[in-house]
Ligand binder design. Structure first.
Ligand SMILES: Cc1cc2nc3c(=O)[nH]c(=O)nc-3n(C[C@H](O)[C@H](O)[C@H](O)COP(=O)(O)O)c2cc1C
Length: 392
């Protein structure tokens, strides 16, 4: 059983709510991207010097605060041992700078990237907007990242434990460089994966970001098959997953599920941000004065939740539950995590919800999941996957 920690919790959560909460309660004020960069700068140094006295002590306190260990939360999927089903979604740690410490935040896994072969600046700023009232965000970052070679140096510098010896799983998420044409996309993905494979417990083919022109065309079954075939030719190819968009129609989703099964893909991640405005059309972005409909970019957070569940359900049906699914989009509570798992996701990921709710979201979800397992008489989390049992 997980120990009840509620009494002494949660220093990190309290700090976050007190200092960051008021900033996140408004759309304007401190720029969302600047805030992220500041956080990443601190996390980067912390990860590099994580064994130094003082820093190690601080991380121990954080870990005790946020980690929840329970055998019932563990799963082995595509050869990886997940100590719990909650992961950090791609896009927060795009350069993998904090790879060594994501486990201290209680995550069972972290997906780093999206990384591209060429370093790139991404779209002009501002390009990330908080939508506080809706607990949502709009972003058109455009795969800003330091490139695969720099990510490699950063991961090396952090002295991570070897593959298979880590306390939490690390996935790497790969995209196409903007300057590379769709015709040459395969080589672009392959070059990045080739050098970074020794660090990846699993690798994600990201063909679903709305902010790189033409990228989503790679979701077309023929193109996808060719890309997968190319990546599998590499000497070392980690388990491959595909991350898909929420804006695909049912036929396209079925097509991807079919390719995934035929090509022996390890799993599917659903979903990326949406180009649809999901009922928020009239919403004005304070920084630009334009409506959401007029602004380019992908929507994340609570408005994405219903669509994300639908996609998971459809994938589950199409793959007859044979393929592990990772659910992401609008998860911000134990209930929303449970619903995704019960709809068919073996694992779930957090981004926007984690930003708004703060670090206690991970232990809150894990405790909520354990209590649902108890209430429903499930032995472990795998039993709950695809059970369709509602939150009690
Ligand atoms: C600012 C921002 C940047 C993102 N960057 C990436 C990315 O580089 N690669 C990717 O696969 N997904 C990216 N995502 C999408 C998230 O991983 C996730 O799929 C999406 O936000 C839905 O989850 P959420 O509602 O919990 O945020 C990004 C999301 C946000 C908000």
């Amino acid at each position: 059983m997980a120990e009840p920690k509620t009494a002494n919790r949660l220093a990190a959560g309290k700090f976050y709510k007190h200092f960051i909460g008021p900033i996140l309660a408004k759309d304007d004020g401190i720029d969302a991207e600047q805030l992220t960069q500041l956080a990443l700068m601190i996390l980067e140094k912390t990860s590099i010097y994580r064994n130094w006295p003082g820093i190690a002590d601080l991380l121990n306190v954080l870990t005790t605060d946020l980690q929840r260990k329970d055998l019932r939360l563990q799963q082995k999927l595509f050869g990886c041992h997940f100590k719990n089903p909650i992961g950090l979604a791609a896009g927060f740690d795009k350069n993998g700078v904090a790879a060594g410490i994501w486990n201290c935040f209680g995550f069972g896994f972290a997906e780093l990237g999206t990384v591209t072969w060429h370093p790139q600046k991404g779209n002009p700023r501002p390009r990330l907007f908080r939508l506080a009232a809706e607990q949502a965000a709009l972003n058109r970052m455009g795969f800003n990242n330091r490139g695969a070679a720099t990510m490699l140096r950063s991961l090396e510098r952090q002295n991570l434990p070897r593959l298979g010896q880590r306390s939490s799983v690390i996935g790497l998420n790969f995209g196409k460089s903007k300057i590379t044409s769709i015709k040459d996309a395969q080589e672009d993905y392959a070059s990045s994966l080739e050098i970074l494979a020794p660090f990846a417990d699993y690798a994600v083919i990201n063909v679903s970001s709305p902010n790189t022109p033409g990228l989503r065309d790679l979701q077309n079954p023929k193109q996808l098959k060719n890309l997968i075939t190319r990546l599998k030719q590499l000497d070392q190819c980690p388990p491959l997953l595909i991350k898909i968009a929420p804006d695909l129609d049912n036929i396209s989703i079925d097509g991807i599920a079919k390719v995934a099964c035929e090509e022996d893909i390890a799993g599917l991640i659903a979903v990326n941000t949406s180009i649809n405005r999901l009922g928020l059309q009239k919403r004005v972005i304070v920084q630009t004065g334009s409506t959401l409909e007029e602004e380019a970019g992908g929507l994340s957070g609570i408005p994405l939740r219903e669509r994300a569940i639908e996609v998971i359900r459809q994938l589950r049906r199409n793959t007859q539950g044979k393929l592990p699914l990772i659910g992401v989009g609008g998860i911000d509570s134990p209930k929303s995590a449970w619903e995704r798992i019960s709809a068919g996701a073996s694992l779930v990921q957090l981004y926007t919800g984690w930003i708004f709710q703060g670090p206690d979201l991970v232990p809150n979800i894990l405790e909520g999941l354990l209590s649902q397992l108890d209430k429903n008489g499930f032995r472990n989390i795998s039993d709950a996957v695809g059970s369709d049992v509602p939150w009690k």
